[in-house]
Design a protein around this ligand. Structure first.
Ligand code: ZN
Ligand code: ZN
Length: 493
């Protein structure tokens, strides 16, 4: 991994005195966890020199057009990168080549096996009382319908608990319509509440004998575009097809239901599963100096949905991570810890890359991760800085916040996990930094055909890169030892 570097071993081994030993050419397994055995975490904070450099780094990031140019390039040269698709493979090659061209070290693409679901076509129409074609997308992972589709009466519910309050005879043989709306929120919590209908709705409905489901799109757009995303079929339930209709179509369907006349619909889906495919996590590094054996991980997920170009979800995240690391690499003093950039494989269809990464690394190398962070909520701006670090390390977060406060960034809490791909690492105790991207408008375009470059504001993207760059740099510069966080076996985000 990191060889031929000067490793400052003693500050960790002796724990409290900054005495540095040069170990040229050696790889020393210094685990922050080993040090954390000591009772009571030590306060860590950036030095004055690091804070001065961080302010300069912030200003340079605000001047740089690189991130926008790279985001334009990946959306043009690759486009959508759905797991298992040709675009997925092209995205892996694109990021590998880009990291190499930018001078990252140890660029590699460890294999990740991913599902390969093919969308095919989907249609949804009201047959009666007032025939109407609706704008539809199959929900990711949905099975197909018979060739002629399924025609059935509709039963409307708000959400999964409301469905489960119904009796079997109210649902059997019908298509369940989930009407729950996605609330517009800055922190994305509205999505988190609404998404259960998409994830759990199909199996919950099938358990009561439904033949299909249709959901109001999990998204906030008033335009006539549908939002896709995944479902999870329970092993014990029959599999039934599932589609999402646009919000205006959902409104129209509800007006027809409100007429009191029986509403019949027809849905047709030609989606299918193909055999699993080899994809990859994509990794590149900026080697550190005296703490090179410790890692600051920053990334996003490289896969995307297929209707748009995967620009905000999550091309922007990968590009923000890459741009932040590259800017940090050019600062003096040089980053002490190794900065590792990662594009995770297949977040959308089940976090394949997120689980494979710590499995590949093994416990010993996971323990070398001082901090991890992910961008996966659009193209900015960052509005809040949160984290999940040992309480004694909070002064580091305060140092980062002081540097980016003038970019409109609030100080958040110390309870935030910072990204779905970080879950497996966090559950092994890796502390997270969580610059929060503003999700107010994100769910207008999320998982839709409108996830395009036109929706990205270059100034907001620059601001996001600046906040991530300062976070990455100061995390790489802080003194140590960095302790572990308490592990939460059931934490999701
Ligand atoms: Zn997504
Ligand atoms: Zn995402």
């Amino acid at each position: 991994l990191v060889t031929g570097v000067q490793t400052c071993a003693l500050p960790i081994l002796l724990a409290r005195k900054a005495v540095c030993v040069l170990l040229a050419g050696a790889t020393v397994a210094l685990s922050a966890a080993t040090a954390s055995a000591a009772n009571g975490a030590k306060t860590i904070e950036p030095s004055k020199a690091a804070l001065q450099a961080a302010a300069q780094l912030r200003d340079r990031a605000l001047q740089s057009n690189d991130a926008y140019d790279w985001l334009a390039a990946i959306s043009t040269e690759v486009g959508p990168r759905q797991a298992g698709s040709r675009g997925d493979a092209a995205g892996v090659a694109w990021l590998r080549d880009k990291l190499t061209a930018l001078g990252f070290s140890n660029v590699r693409t460890p294999e990740v096996i991913v599902p390969h679901w093919v969308r095919g076509e989907a249609s949804f129409e009201v047959v009666a009382p007032y025939p109407q074609n609706m704008v539809t997308l199959a929900i990711g992972g949905s099975i197909g319908t018979p060739e002629d589709g399924i025609t059935a009466p509709v039963v409307m519910v708000q959400d999964v608990p409301a469905l489960q309050a119904l009796k079997r005879e109210q649902v059997e043989g019908k298509i369940v319509y989930f009407a729950g709306r996605t609330e517009r929120t800055r922190d994305g919590s509205g999505y988190g509440k609404a998404v259960r209908s998409r994830q759990e709705g199909p199996s919950a409905a099938a358990t009561l004998g439904a033949v299909g489901i249709v959901i109001r799109s999990i998204g906030t757009s008033n335009n006539r575009i549908a939002h896709t995303g995944t479902l999870t079929y329970n092993i014990g339930a029959p599999r039934i097809p599932a589609v999402a209709i646009s919000n205006p179509d959902a409104n129209l369907l509800e007006r027809q239901l409100a007429s009191g006349k029986p509403v019949n619909v027809r849905m047709r889906v030609t989606a299918r599963d193909l055999p699993q495919v080899r994809s990859a996590n994509v990794i590149g590094e900026i080697p550190g100096t005296d703490l090179a054996n410790e890692i600051v991980l920053v990334g996003g997920h490289l896969d995307s949905w297929d209707p748009g170009f995967g620009v905000q979800d999550d091309g922007a995240g990968v590009i923000i991570a890459m741009a932040a690391a590259k800017l940090a690499a050019n600062m003096e003093p040089k980053p002490r810890r190794t900065i590792r950039v990662i594009g995770f494989a297949n977040e959308e269809f089940g976090l394949s890359g997120a689980f494979k990464y710590p499995a590949d690394e093994g416990k010993e190398n996971v323990d070398r991760h001082a901090f991890a962070m992910e961008a996966d909520l659009g193209a900015g701006p960052v509005w809040k800085l949160s984290a999940r670090v040992p309480d004694a390390h909070w002064p580091l977060i305060l140092g980062i916040h002081r540097t980016v406060k003038n970019l409109g960034v609030e100080l958040g809490d110390n309870k935030t996990g910072g990204g779905s791909d970080l879950g497996p690492l966090r559950r092994q105790g890796v502390p997270t930094l969580a610059p929060a991207l503003d999700a107010t408008h994100y769910f207008d375009i999320h998982h839709t055909p409108n996830d395009t470059l036109e929706q990205v504001d270059p100034a907001k993207l620059k601001q996001s890169v600046a906040v991530f760059a300062v976070s990455v740099y100061l995390a790489a510069m802080a003194n140590g030892p960095v302790e572990r966080i308490a592990t939460e076996p059931n934490a999701r985000n």
